[in-house]
Structures are given as C-alpha cells and as structure tokens.
Design a binder for this molecule. Structure first.
Ligand SMILES: C[S@@+](CC[C@H](N)C(=O)[O-])C[C@H]1O[C@@H](n2cnc3c(N)ncnc32)[C@H](O)[C@@H]1O
Length: 204
C-alpha cells in the first residue's frame, strides 16, 4: 500500500466562499475566541487551522471530482469547523474529538447553524493498527491510544471517503499511518500544514 500525493495549487486561495460558509467561519471564530479567553483549562493540543483555506480546498477537491463518495470525517475535530463545512456541502460528515468539552462546543455550533453533522467523543485511532506503539513514540500532541468510537458512529474507518486533520508540526506521519492502516483504498486524507498550506494524499 502507498499514498499518492495530489498537489493542491496555490491559486485555490482565489476561490470564492459561499456566504453560508463565511457566516459559519465567523460564528466559529467568535465562539472559539470566547472559549479560549474564558477557559483556563483549555486543552493545550487544541489549535485551529485556516478555515478559509480549508473551505477553498474542499471546493477544489469537489471541482476536480477527486471524491469517491460523500462521507467525511474530521480526525481530532476541536470545534468541528471542517466537519461542518463539509456538512454545508451536503456531505455526510462526522467529527471525532477526545476532549468532551470540545465535543460539546462542536455540537452547539452544529445546532446553531442547523446542520445534522454528528460529533463523537473518543480516539480516532481504530483498533488493530499494527505498530501503533512504535508509531506513537515521538508523538506529543495526539492521544495515540485506540478507541471504540467507530462502533458508536456505526461506520468503520474504511467507510469514509475524505478525512481531514490538523497535525502538530512533525506529527503528520502518525495521521498518515493511521489513515493508511484503516482507510479504504482510493479515499483521501487532507491535512493542514501551517505555513505550508494544505496537503492531500490518496491511499492507493
Ligand atoms: C490541532 S487541533 C485541530 C482542531 C480542528 N481539527 C481544527 O483544525 O481546527 C487537534 C485536536 O485533536 C484532538 N485529539 C488529539 N488526539 C486525539 C485522538 N486520538 N482522537 C481524537 N481527537 C484527538 C485534540 O484534543 C485537538 O482538539
């Protein structure tokens, strides 16, 4: 098995946003800022990606017909903005987050924008990824233990067509290994890489 890199052109930054996506991002930003300001015990692993670039990446993926289906999963979903942006596009989307207070925030945001996107509390690492202990050895910002969350969702990892994650610097190999081990052939993993923008791979 291998991952094929799909280059996302810089020009995507000129793609327009639908007003409904802009409204969602603004509302999320307000809520995230208030949450961070009012919460001393905010999880230190929670930082947010560039939601506008994420929306443009989703537009580009759709415009180029790269999807094999309409199921979307955000791995480590925080406030759930990626899953909600996918939900706005009519995708069947879920988010998985280990911190229950963030799951609650994502559910509240889904209610506020009237989307059926579901958020689940647990680890996105599925059972049976071989070598997971070794893979997780140098990973500091991801909970590397396995969980049962896919049972609760009622879908396996290989039922999804597109995953999104925002790994901390240097920790993307862990997400790619989990994706390669559990996702379906031809599914996609989009990751935000800070200053390096978005990275897209397909499982071959
Ligand atoms: C860098 S934040 C990204 C949040 C969101 N995806 C975004 O881009 O705005 C990573 C999130 O992953 C969560 N996380 C870490 N390990 C996890 C695991 N094994 N399963 C689910 N969530 C996890 C953290 O609590 C944190 O909220």
């Amino acid at each position: 098995m291998a991952l094929q890199t799909i280059k996302i052109p810089d020009e995507i930054k000129r793609l327009p946003h639908k007003p409904v996506a802009t409204r969602l991002i603004r509302l999320a930003r307000e809520r995230i800022d208030a949450f961070m300001a009012g919460n001393d015990s905010v999880t230190e692993n929670f930082v947010t990606c560039d939601f506008y670039l994420l929306d443009q990446s989703l537009t580009w993926i759709e415009q180029n017909h790269l999807l094999t289906g309409r199921r979307f999963c955000e791995l480590g979903s925080g406030f759930g903005v990626a899953a909600l942006l996918a939900g706005l596009r009519g995708m069947e989307s879920v988010g998985i987050e280990i911190e229950s207070n963030l799951v609650q925030q994502a559910c509240d945001l889904a209610d506020a924008v009237d989307l059926p996107t579901e958020f689940y509390c647990g680890s996105f690492v599925p059972r049976g990824v071989s070598g997971i202990l070794e893979l997780g050895r140098d990973v500091e910002h991801v909970e590397t233990h396995e969980g049962e969350v896919y049972e609760e969702i009622g879908l396996e990892m290989d039922d999804f067509d597109l995953f999104f994650a925002f790994p901390w610097p240097g920790e993307h190999p862990f997400f790619e290994a989990v994706f390669e081990a559990g996702a379906a052939v031809n599914s996609l993993l989009l990751t935000y890489r800070g200053r390096d923008g978005m990275d897209l791979v397909r499982k071959l």
